[in-house]
Design a protein around this ligand. Structure first.
Ligand SMILES: C[S@@+](CC[C@H](N)C(=O)[O-])C[C@H]1O[C@@H](n2cnc3c(N)ncnc32)[C@H](O)[C@@H]1O
Length: 217
C-alpha cells in the first residue's frame, strides 16, 4: 500500500513540470551546497541550537537539504525529514546515520504531501520557502498535516523591509533563482495567509533572516 502511494506521488510529481525543474535545480546544487553555505552555517549555528530545541513530538522537517541541520534537533523526538531532491537526500542519509535519534528520510513535495491529516505535532522549515514555487500551497499542506494547536516553526531568509536592502534583494532574485533560492519572498505574509496565527517573529539578521513561530488555529 505504501509503495502504491509512493508511485502515485512520484507520478504526480513527474507530471508537474515546475516540480521537476525544482528537483533538477536542487539535485545539481547538492554537489556544492555544503561548501557555499559553510559560512552561514557557522554564523547561524548558535541561533539554531537555541531555537530548534522548541521542536516537540512527531516532527516534519521540510526541505532537509543535505541534512546539515539534523545536529540541532532534539534527539528524543520522532522526525520525518522530506525533500523534493533525491540527490540532497542521498547526502542527508549520511548525516542521518550520525544522528543519535531517529530520522526517517522521504522524497516528497511539500505541495503534495501524502501524510494523513493532523499527523504531526510540529513542522519545522529551514530555508525552504525561499525555494518552493507555490509557498501558499505548501503551507496549506503543512496546515493540513498538523494537529490542532500544532506548531509551525520557520527559520527562513526573506525580503528585508530595510529600504535599499529590499531593493537589492529584488534585483538579485532573477539571477539567484536560476541556481538556487529566491531572495525576496514575503514568507511572513504567506504563513498568515495560509491560515496560521503567528505567535512570534524574531529578527536574526538584518530583517532578512527570521525565526517565525505560528500555530494552527
Ligand atoms: C536552500 S535549500 C535549504 C536546505 C536546508 N534546509 C538547509 O537549510 O541547509 C532548499 C531546499 O528545499 C528543497 N525544496 C525546494 N522545493 C521543495 C518542495 N516543493 N518540497 C520539498 N522540498 C523542497 C530543495 O530541494 C532544497 O534542499
Amino acid at each position: 500500500m505504501i509503495g502504491f502511494y509512493r508511485e502515485k506521488r512520484k507520478m504526480a510529481m513527474n507530471s508537474r513540470p515546475q516540480a521537476r525543474q525544482v528537483r533538477e535545480k536542487w539535485d545539481l546544487a547538492s554537489r556544492f551546497f555544503d561548501w557555499i553555505t559553510w559560512a552561514d552555517d557557522q554564523r547561524f549555528a548558535p541561533f539554531k541550537y537555541r531555537l530548534f530545541q522548541k521542536v516537540r513530538g512527531k516532527t516534519l522537517l521540510v526541505g532537509a537539504g543535505t541534512g546539515k541541520d539534523f545536529r540541532f534537533l532534539p534527539h528524543d523526538g520522532e522526525i520525518v525529514a522530506i525533500d523534493i531532491s533525491p540527490k540532497m537526500l542521498e547526502r542527508a542519509a549520511l548525516k542521518a546515520q550520525c544522528f543519535p535519534g531517529t530520522i526517517e528520510l522521504k522524497e516528497a513535495d511539500v505541495c503534495a504531501l501524502d501524510f494523513p491529516d493532523e499527523s504531526f505535532d510540529t513542522v519545522l522549515s529551514v530555508c525552504t520557502f525561499c525555494s518552493v514555487p507555490d509557498p501558499l500551497q505548501g503551507m496549506r499542506e503543512i496546515y493540513r498535516v498538523l494537529r490542532p494547536d500544532g506548531k509551525f516553526y520557520l527559520f527562513e531568509h526573506v525580503r528585508s523591509r530595510i529600504g535599499p536592502l529590499g531593493i537589492l534583494l529584488d534585483l538579485l532574485t532573477p539571477l539567484s533563482r536560476r541556481f538556487g533560492p529566491d531572495l525576496n519572498r514575503d514568507t511572513v505574509s504567506a504563513v498568515r495567509n495560509s491560515g496560521f496565527r503567528i505567535t512570534r517573529e524574531e529578527n536574526i539578521y538584518l530583517d532578512i533572516v527570521k525565526w517565525i513561530e505560528a500555530v494552527k488555529r
